[in-house]
Ligand binder design. Structure first.
Ligand SMILES: Cc1ncc(COP(=O)(O)O)c(C=O)c1O
Length: 432
């Protein structure tokens, strides 16, 4: 009898958490590491939210509460999510979760039987793909097209839809590409969904970066297209908009109250409830007019850093980087670097079992980390299926400008260091 279930052996992970111990090892050895791997804003929690959480703790608001989420927060979410998208929602359609991540797996478990197909963006947030194998559904990656600003057309989606398609994940603004969808594009995608999918299809619209937008871009939701509200779940939360990843507050607005109640019951089974003092803080974050200012301040800094980093990357031989319109990541194509530095040849020479654990972009990521102390994420960390010959890195710009300047210089030096890379390969260490 095996100790661990088959199901558990099928779950993958989020590599952003895997790089952390490598960084600690380098720091303990006395290095300054430039952290372009982080998926969280590097700003403090806005003071008005912090004050509310403190006041709630002083009121001893630390006991069990409504497993669906406290009513004042659900009312605030229903109004805020609805108004921003021209839709109406009742607080009964809202469920609060411990962050934006838990509902991803819970939705797959709730809507999909084994064998059902789940379409998700690749590159995309790794948890979409990770959970699909765990729940026994069939993963169907939708490869985003670089030439379309890392998005996809209705025709791209149409090719993947079958009578088994049950759930479609969408994520704009996107992690890891920063891509943002236009209203026309969403209308075209919605048209395909309405024509081709079973009426019981569900669209999981992950809009957690809804407020992190540049160049006057807007967040459009597929739920706002006629006939889509009743098929779409809108998932957002407090982690990114209010720089509060440790607060663990996220929420989903469901197409129906009945569906919301199913998730309330899952919350009862898994979490009992979400810390009420943080939920009150999230309510203030949503309702306070001060939040607009703190978000704008953050976006101004991200936009300046984005401009600097994209320009620096495009000046490096072999690197091509688009200008993202939202989120706080840039996603350079490093195919030229892989070729120029003969990383593809080094990869091809590795034993097959090692090839499975790494990739050309992983080898460059690791060389950059261990030899030049710049932490980034590789392409493989954002969906593995069908991504074998895709050479990209994700760099987070949630790091101060001074560090980004050092990071870009180090990366330019690494790209020029073909001999150093050859030595890195000879050492047979840190390949993944
Ligand atoms: C696309 C996307 N969805 C969900 C999450 C999860 O956010 P949270 O920290 O609120 O669980 C993240 C975090 O990086 C993300 O990038």
């Amino acid at each position: 009898m095996n100790l661990i279930s088959d199901r558990t052996s099928r779950i993958a992970t989020e590599n952003a958490f895997k790089v952390g111990p490598y960084i600690v090892a380098l720091e303990n050895a006395g290095h300054k590491v430039i952290k372009c791997n982080l998926g969280e804003p590097d700003f403090p929690l806005p003071a008005h939210v912090r004050d509310e959480v403190k006041a709630q703790l002083d009121k001893d608001n630390v006991h069990y509460c409504d497993p669906q989420g406290i009513l004042p927060l659900r009312k605030a979410v229903a109004k805020y999510v609805g108004e921003a998208r021209g839709l109406e929602y009742a607080p009964e359609q809202v469920v609060v979760f411990p962050g934006g991540k838990p509902p991803i797996g819970l939705c797959q478990q709730t809507y999909c039987n084994p064998g059902d197909e789940i379409i998700y963006p690749s590159p995309g947030f790794p948890i979409y793909e990770s959970f699909i194998n765990y729940v026994g559904a069939r993963p169907v990656p939708l490869h985003l097209r670089e030439e379309l600003g890392f998005s996809f057309t209705g025709a791209d989606l149409e090719k993947l839809i079958t009578d088994k398609t049950k759930l479609i994940f969408m994520n704009f603004p996107s992690n890891p590409t920063g891509g943002v969808a236009s209203r026309e594009q969403l209308e075209e995608i919605a048209d395909v969904i309405k024509r081709k999918c079973d009426p019981n299809i569900r669209i999981y619209s992950d809009e957690i970066y809804e407020n992190i937008l540049f160049d006057g871009s807007k967040n459009y939701s597929i739920a706002s297209v006629a006939g889509m509200q009743e098929k779409t779940l809108i998932a957002t939360g407090a982690s990114k908009s209010y720089s509060w990843t440790g607060g663990r507050i996220g929420w989903v607005v469901f197409p129906s109250v009945d569906e919301a109640l199913l998730f309330k019951n899952l919350n009862i089974n898994y979490f009992s409830c979400i810390p009420p003092y943080n939920q009150e803080g999230a309510r203030v974050a949503i309702e306070s007019p001060l939040s607009k200012g703190s978000i704008a301040e953050m976006n101004t800094a991200f936009e300046q850093r984005r401009d600097f980093v994209v320009n620096a990357l495009n000046n490096m031989p072999g690197v091509e980087c688009q200008l993202p319109k939202g989120a706080f990541y840039v996603f350079p194509n490093i195919a030229g670097v892989v070729r120029n530095m003969k990383i593809d040849e080094a990869f091809a020479a590795l034993p097959k079992d090692m090839q499975k654990k790494t990739s050309p972009s992983t080898l460059f990521q690791m060389f950059l980390l261990w030899n030049y102390q710049v932490a980034t994420m590789d392409r493989k960390s954002f969906g593995q299926i069908g991504a074998e010959n895709m050479h990209y890195l994700r760099l987070s710009i949630a790091t101060g400008m001074e560090d980004l300047k050092i990071g870009m210089q180090r990366m330019a030096d690494a790209i020029a260091d073909e001999a150093g890379f050859a030595k890195f390969m000879e050492a047979q260490e840190h390949f993944s």
